[in-house]
Design a protein around this ligand. Sequence first.
Ligand code: SF4
Length: 287
Amino acid sequence: MPRARDGTPPNKISTPRKRVFFALAAGGLLLLGLAVGIAWFLSARRPPALARYWVVGLETAAGLFLVFLILGLAGLIRVALTGKLPAFFRRPSLLAGSILLPIARFSGRLFGLSRELIEGSFIEVHNRLVLASVTRKLPRRILVLLPHCLQWIKCPFKITIDLENCGRCRKCDIYQLIEVQHDLGVKFHVATGGGQARRLLADFRPEAVVAVACERELAEGIQDVNKIPVVAVPNERPEGYCRNTRVDPGAIRAALGLLMGVPPSAGNGDTPDQVTPRQEADTASCT
Ligand code: SF4
């Protein structure tokens, strides 16, 4: 069985980064549940006047919403454990992921955890969910979005127009990404910012997206385009944000292979766990 870089087999919830999101989301839901329970108990002790019926209605709606989120979280945990998403959990899990992220961020702040760690954990869970949910109907139009900062900062070639303009000097990962593009027959696009990424989405109308960026942009992008499955590949930032960033071409190959239903080649062993950065990111920010 293929193993992740830290030696743990795939489909194990014990992978530290996935566990972070689950623990924070569950803790946040517990706090919300307690608040709703206390409010409901206090208002139920005294028979509400007619004007206060809306309070009870709101509390009931909040309770039902919490049940929905708990179902979604259960589906996400199931996907992380087994790689499978039963139909019963499909809708709650697909909706709950993005709703639980701000709850996990809030819980994480209470424990002093970095936003990057929480968003990285969310991305790992989200990738599992997407890859489990596309297996029934494989997408035909896949958009691969790369950030411009992957290109070596002093490179004179205009790869934003076409990746093929790369001079193959091997100073950045672009030349390896061209190989992946050729091998799998999917054209890669370089976006210089969020506006261009949105234009590409509107023009291309993809059925699935593979996106490379920092954790923050990926998490925001996933929430923005919640109707399109997005497999997110965090970049590596040896020189900080937005400058000479790197990406593991094997992670993009693995993500595309899984979306396209390409069987893993011998020694390649594509698994959702491969759709992760090669190393821990640094903590600087350019925003
Ligand atoms: S590999 Fe291509 S894109 Fe990267 S620096 Fe060299 S010529 Fe430029």
